[in-house]
Design a protein around this ligand. Sequence first.
Ligand code: HEC
Length: 207
Amino acid sequence: MKRWILFVSLLILAVPVVGSAESQERKGQRLFAGCVKKVDDKATLKTGQFVCKGDRDPAPFGGNGRACGDCHVPGDNFGISTKRIASLRRNNPFFFPGLDEDQKLLRTHGLVHVIVPGSIDEFRQTPKLVHLQSLCDKRGNCDALGLNADRVTNLCAFSIQAISNHMAKTVKRVPGKDFRVPTEKECKWLVAYMVSDLVADQDERNR
Ligand code: HEC
């Protein structure tokens, strides 16, 4: 009898601990959105743009203030429409004035400066990400990435390039100075998020 009581009490104690553990995909979502704590699902769904519960990280990955989610917006299938761009305030991190962005192209067509040293230096639109779950395996190895399928095909490697490309403070893009390279764990979380239902189905609707 006593053992039985002990077992039940342990179970009652354990459930909230297990239940409150943040999943890898949720951790990735927080990094992607640039939220210090959690993403506010309801407000995000309502506005179509990431809203944090609590503070937003002023410099995600130690960079210029942009977060992945400023360009890959949940309400636009994780791309960004010209209609939404037109509705953004001038001081929105999307319009970061450095990194040789062409502000006119950015505002009117949503064209972002993409640089891969030695191969790409052009203005490209932000693609949606809802298809990544079918394009990539759970480890983040994908069939092809980039406008012309001309980019690295691993989502972790791509994320590091994305931070250096779009989130660095200066065009020098010095790791450790202009931005911070994500840790192995953080990269894993970003990948878990991008191939999850949260992105494929914009699943915060159901939570
Ligand atoms: C300034 C806007 C901007 C930010 C910030 C940004 N991206 Fe992107 N993203 C783009 C653009 C533009 C492309 C297209 C690149 C190309 O075609 O080579 C892209 C492409 C991608 C792709 C490839 C999708 C496909 O199917 O080809 C992935 C994955 C991605 N971004 C993830 C991220 C992650 C993760 C972050 C944050 C660490 C991030 N992006 C930050 C604009 C942005």
